[in-house]
Write a protein that binds this ligand. Structure first.
Ligand code: PEP
Length: 228
């Protein structure tokens, strides 16, 4: 079971250091935090397993604003998120660019959390499986990649997929890529148990609730208690 905290564009180096110093990961669950680039070094130095929120597919070059897998590894970062829906919505990320990022990161030795998920309109039109198939089919396979099923309508909205909806989507994703699947979308201490107890839910990618030490700790403890 993996619980990953996506801090998005929150917490500079001082706040990152304070969070990691105050946070005690429980045993029986893998925990990572994903700070913004500026805070990666502070979080690594404070002693937690750290992933970046993105990674580029080239080693170096004229790619203003991007960061390579080699640079992340040099900092002590162990993995990266790719294809987050906020990257797709606001920064032109596509299935193909997300897949290229994932492939390069795996090749360089980083772990990858590859995000997939349908929008509300796509779900209402009955296109959820088509969208997931399109997004997942281009991803590389490998021992160090996990998928995060993040229905776009549930991210940062307070709307959470029901455990049944999540279980169905996770089972479908696993027919396409036989790797662990995390659930993401308004996971909180109050709903973590119901979601994480589903058989095909192998962990969570947590946004808002990962910014607070107490709520992130509560979710991690719930995960530890379910699989132990
Ligand atoms: C996310 O950022 O991946 C996420 C799931 O956010 P939230 O938990 O805030 O919905």
């Amino acid at each position: 079971m993996l619980i990953a905290g996506n801090w998005k564009m929150f917490k500079g180096p001082r706040e990152a250091e304070a969070f990691v110093s105050a946070f005690q990961p429980p045993s029986g669950v893998d925990v990572v935090v994903c700070p913004p680039y500026a805070s990666l070094a502070a979080a690594v130095a404070a002693g937690l397993s750290v992933y970046a929120q993105n990674v580029h597919w080239e080693r170096e070059g004229a790619f203003t604003g991007e960061v390579s897998a080699e640079m992340l590894l040099e900092l002590g970062v162990r993995g990266a998120i790719v294809g987050h829906s906020e990257r797709r919505q606001h920064f032109g990320e596509t299935d193909e660019t997300a897949a290229r990022r994932a492939a390069r990161a795996l090749e360089a030795g980083l772990a990858v959390i590859a995000c997939v998920g349908e929008t509300e309109d796509e779900r209402e039109r009955g296109e959820t499986e088509d969208v997931l198939a399109r997004q997942v089919s281009v991803l590389p396979n490998g021992e160090r990649i996990v998928v995060a099923y993040e229905p776009v309508w549930a991210i940062g909205t307070g709307k959470t997929a029901t455990p049944d909806v999540a279980a169905e989507a996770h089972a479908f994703v696993k027919t396409l890529l036989d790797r662990p699947v995390l659930y993401g979308g308004s996971v909180k201490p109050e709903n973590a148990e119901d979601l994480l107890a589903q058989p095909d839910v192998d962990g969570a990618l947590v946004g808002g609730a990962s910014l607070d030490v107490d709520s992130f700790s509560a979710i991690c403890r719930t995960a530890a208690s379910i699989r132990s």
